[in-house]
Design a protein around this ligand. Structure first.
Ligand code: HEC
Ligand code: HEC
Length: 333
């Protein structure tokens, strides 16, 4: 074989490799993800298995509730329009189901950061008696009885063995692919769209007042904060204190991303606000009683400025994400 032929073959191979759709792609303007992909290398078959599991009520004790019951694609994988979601036996939890996207950049999970490893996160809803109520050690046996899952596990893991760890890792794989970076804001960052005058004014207000905690481009600093929300007597919750036992952590909650807000209402850990306007008014009207200086020294905004801020926040909606056929319930393809 001469050199030219060799180079030509090399070129063909590289093109084929680049053309093959990447399973996970870091958007150009995002930082490096925090998830350690080496521990759970993505494959098409494992993602497909995880997606099937995510939408399947077979994982719950009485086959009535799936992950998607509380995290639905149309709500950017939150439970839109539900303050608290319903688990098995009609039990109601005490926290609002968060949206799920850009999880590869997240280092703590749950409103109080109770979990620090995505691969272990699913254990919580799976075994919670008021959510899916499963006996985790019985799950592999249950899946083993299904021809579909025997096939899917064989596709994903050559030996076809069904284990708890593989169930959890496959769920992670599907969740890691839920990347939301197709908003107008993203297009603007990449120089492919322009913001209106109102949206640009809102962006400046955002940088000045919100970016300290809801830091771009993920619109969260992946940390906890206390925004002085009054106690909710219907759903008492001390946030991070429950996890660390340190009273200084009372009322600290995970800073949620501000992407996709149009789909993820109601807002806050207890879903207390129905509209974005209620949220913006809350921050503005409670600055003085804030304990966190980043909130305390926010600027007083006129009604016009509040509207501009909301116009900017709406540029963070990613309409393609919520209808992406790759993320939808598998049967509907
Ligand atoms: C009954 C409703 C319900 C079901 C079913 C459910 N979840 Fe959740 N999910 C929640 C709630 C509520 C929270 C927040 C819990 C907290 O803060 O304590 C949450 C949190 C999460 C988080 C953390 C997100 C973040 O930003 O911190 C992930 C990831 C997640 N769920 C994935 C799943 C997976 C995977 C399944 C299926 C195995 C599942 N959920 C089933 C309601 C549910
Ligand atoms: C000191 C840090 C901090 C600052 C500054 C801050 N936030 Fe927040 N934000 C949080 C935390 C923490 C939560 C979650 C609180 C909870 O649920 O108890 C939150 C929740 C939200 C939510 C609800 C999101 C959801 O999914 O439920 C919105 C919307 C929001 N903030 C918008 C803003 C805007 C707009 C600004 C600027 C005017 C701002 N925030 C400034 C920390 C902050």
């Amino acid at each position: 074989m001469n050199r030219t032929t060799l180079l030509f073959i090399l070129l063909l191979v590289t093109t084929a490799l680049t053309l093959k759709e990447k399973l996970f792609e870091k958007p150009g303007h995002f930082p490096e993800p925090s998830y350690n992909f080496r521990r759970n290398p993505l494959s098409e078959a494992k993602i497909a298995l995880g997606r099937e599991l995510f939408y399947d009520a077979i994982l719950s004790a009485d086959n009535s509730v799936s992950c998607a019951s509380c995290h639905s694609p149309s709500g950017a994988f939150s439970h839109a329009d539900q303050v608290f979601s319903r688990g098995i036996n009609d039990s109601i939890g005490f926290r609002n189901a968060p949206a799920l996207f850009n999880l590869a950049w997240q280092t703590s999970f749950m409103w109080d950061g109770a979990i620090d490893d995505l691969d272990r996160q699913a254990l919580a809803p799976l075994t919670h008696p008021g959510e899916m109520g499963a006996d985790m050690s019985a799950v592999p046996g249950k899946l083993q009885k299904s021809q579909k899952y025997r096939q899917l596990f064989a596709n994903a893991y050559g030996d076809g063995k069904i284990t708890e760890e593989r169930v959890l890792k496959a769920l992670s794989q599907f969740e890691l692919t839920l990347v939301s970076a197709g908003s107008k804001y993203d297009e603007w960052q990449l120089g492919r769209a322009e913001l209106t005058r109102e949206e640009l004014a809102g962006y400046d207000i955002f940088l000045e007042n919100c970016n300290n905690c809801h830091s771009e481009p993920l619109f969260t600093n992946d940390a906890f904060a206390d925004i002085a929300l009054p106690h909710n007597s219907a759903a008492p919750d001390h946030g991070r204190w429950t996890i660390t036992g340190d009273p200084a952590d009372s009322m600290l909650f995970r800073v949620p991303s501000l992407r996709n807000l149009s789909y993820t209402f109601p807002y806050m850990h207890d879903g207390r606000f129905r509209t974005l306007k209620e949220v913006v008014d809350y921050y503005e009207d409670n600055r003085e009683r804030a304990v966190d200086n980043r909130m305390r020294y926010m600027r007083a905004l006129t009604p016009t400025e509040r509207a501009e801020l909301m116009a900017f926040l709406r540029t963070l909606d990613d309409p393609g994400f919520v209808v992406n056929p790759k993320f939808s319930r598998p049967e509907i393809k």
